[in-house]
Write a protein that binds this ligand. Sequence first.
Ligand code: PEP
Length: 263
Amino acid sequence: LVSRDNHPERSTVRVGGVPIGPGTLTLIAGPCAVETPEQTLAAARMAEAAGATLLRGGAYKPRTSPYAFQGLGEEGLRILADVRAETGLPIVTEVVDAHDVELVASYADMLQVGTRNAQNFALLQAVGSVGRPVMLKRGMNATIEEWLMAAEYIAQRGNLDIVLCERGIRTFETATRNTLDISAVPVAQRLSHLPVIVDPSHSGGRRDLVLPLTRSAIAAGADGVIIDVHPHPEQALCDGPQALVDDDLAELAGIMRDFPPLM
Ligand code: PEP
């Protein structure tokens, strides 16, 4: 269902009216985690300033350590909905448990499946059944074939509104959190008709790499990027070191403007 063999035209997925696909270059930005109403609104304003048309923000955070901040849950979803009402930005947010899919879908414009759940087949089937677009991150240990098969689980339930997101894979390299597999962009676009975006924030895990990786993603033909921003990264409860700050926004906006998207 997701293969390009039977569907030669590349697809566009619409999220609350915002297109992601060939001929567009969509910026999704926002905080890694929803922490407070003020922090989320401030991050959404930063996202807008950089040209984002979709707001990201995690209410359910799948953390490596059980002692780390796990997200605000439904309270975080309510904050996101308030910020959408204030800014008009549709929401992209992660769901980590099949039992929460209907709840998260009742707030979200797009559901995100993260790298740690990329082969959680029960979750993939549940998000495929709920009638919302899905952003499927690549598992950090998944081949491109495994990633596309994970998308197939969603599609098989009748939902073809899937956006693939390359977010780095685990390699021997320790200088970055994960290694952004830039070749995954054209490879996945040739194998599948689905849009392919890149997460330069979670792959590198470092603020100083986000803009160079964004440039490389766009040059490789990505249909969009998803980027963390935070008004006070030094106080962030999640992934502060990779969040862009106010000073970076003009440069990010310039990158998004200057690189024409490939078809
Ligand atoms: C995220 O985008 O909030 C996230 C946790 O990303 P990943 O699943 O790629 O680590």
